[in-house]
Design a protein. Structure first.
Length: 312
C-alpha cells in the first residue's frame, strides 16, 4: 500500500467522526502540503525508521515549503503524530509497517515568550481610547483577560454576565478553507480546559456596559453590518493600532502573553493564572512563563532580604 493511500484510509475511518472540523481540515492540509510530497509515494514497507527520522529532521531544518525556513516545533510534532497514528492504523489492518516507537523525537527548543513592556502597553491602550472605535476595545479586553484571538471574535454579549461581572469562554472562531472558499467557522475550544469563566476588571466591565448599550450586534466585536469579524481582518486592525501607538509589531498572541506577564508581576498564583488562561495544568503555565516568574521571584527574594539582619 502507498503511504498516501494509508493516510487517506486513516483519515476517513479513524478521524472523520472524531476530530473537530477545523482540526480535520488542518490535518488534510498537513498531509497534502508536507507529508505527501516528501514520503507519501513510498510503499508502507519502505517507511523505515531512518527515513522517518530523516523526514522529521528535514522539516525542522527547512520544512517551510514557502520560505525554506524551519517549521515551528509544534507543527513538526503534529506532523509526526499524524505519521505515527496512520502507520499504527496500518498495523491494525495487517499492513507491513515499521515500529514507530523506535522513532526518536528530536529535541525542540522552547520558544521564548515575549510580552509588551509596560510603557508599550500604555501606548497601545491610549491609541485604542483615542480611536473611539468600539471594535478596537477588543485589544484592551485581551490585555486584561488573556483571551485568544478566536475566543475574542466568537464572544457574544450573552457570554458576558454584567450582574456578576464575568465572561464565559466556550467557543472560538477561525477561518476555514472549504471547497476553495474561506468561511468563518465557530466551534467549541480545542480542549476542555479552554472552556472557562473569567472575572472582568471593573474598568473593563464599565466600558463593555457602555458598548453594549450602543451595540445592535450579537457579537462583542462585529462588522458594520453586525456580522462576524474574520481573524485576518481583526489582525489588520490590531497592526494599525500598533502603528498608531508607535509600538513595534508583535503577533496578536503577544497580548495574551502580556496579560500573563502582568498577572505574575501583580503576584497572582500559578494555579489561578493557569485556570484563567485555560491551560491543561499549572505546569504548562509555569514552564511557559518561567522568565516572567524569575522577575517575580527576584522581587520576593529582595523583599525577604529586607527582613534579615545580615550586613546591618
Amino acid at each position: 500500500m502507498i503511504f498516501t493511500e494509508l493516510l487517506g484510509s486513516w483519515m476517513r475511518d479513524k478521524q472523520a467522526y472524531v476530530l473537530k472540523r477545523r482540526t480535520y481540515l488542518r490535518y488534510e492540509e498537513i498531509i497534502r502540503t508536507q507529508i505527501a510530497p516528501s514520503i507519501g509515494k513510498l510503499d508502507t514497507g519502505e517507511l523505515t525508521i531512518p527515513i522517518l527520522q530523516s523526514f522529521q529532521k528535514q522539516k525542522l531544518t527547512d520544512g517551510n515549503v514557502l520560505t525554506g525556513k524551519p517549521l515551528a516545533s509544534n507543527t513538526v510534532k503534529n506532523m509526526m503524530s499524524i505519521v505515527r497514528n496512520a502507520i499504527d492504523y496500518g498495523r491494525e489492518l495487517g499492513v507491513p509497517v515499521c515500529d514507530t516507537r523506535q522513532v526518536v523525537p528530536l529535541k525542540f527548543e522552547e520558544k521564548q515568550i515575549t510580552a509588551f513592556r509596560k510603557d508599550e502597553q500604555k501606548r497601545i491602550e491610549k491609541a485604542v481610547a483615542e480611536s473611539k472605535k468600539p471594535n478596537h476595545f477588543g485589544i484592551v479586553l485581551c490585555l486584561y483577560t488573556g483571551l485568544r484571538l478566536g475566543e475574542l471574535l466568537a464572544l457574544t454579549w450573552d457570554d458576558i454576565d454584567f450582574h456578576t461581572g464575568v465572561l464565559t469562554v466556550d467557543k472560538t472562531s477561525c477561518v476555514l478553507k472549504e471547497g476553495g472558499t474561506y468561511k468563518i467557522h465557530v466551534d467549541r475550544p480545542k480542549t476542555d480546559s479552554s472552556v472557562r469563566v473569567i472575572p472582568i476588571p471593573k474598568p473593563i466591565l464599565a466600558e463593555l456596559k457602555a458598548m453594549r448599550k450602543k451595540s445592535r450586534a450579537e457579537f462583542v466585536i462585529s462588522t458594520c453590518h453586525s456580522g462576524r469579524v474574520s481573524n485576518r481582518s481583526y489582525q489588520t486592525t490590531y497592526a494599525k493600532i500598533l502603528t498608531r501607538a508607535r509600538v513595534d509589531y508583535k503577533n496578536f498572541h503577544v497580548l495574551r502573553h502580556t496579560f500573563a506577564t502582568r498577572a505574575l508581576e501583580c503576584g497572582i498564583d500559578i494555579k489561578t493564572l493557569s485556570e484563567l488562561m485555560g491551560h491543561k495544568s499549572p505546569a504548562i503555565t509555569m514552564n511557559r512563563y518561567v522568565h516572567s516568574l524569575m522577575e517575580t521571584k527576584r522581587k520576593a527574594m529582595n523583599a525577604l532580604a529586607k527582613t534579615l539582619n545580615f550586613g546591618k
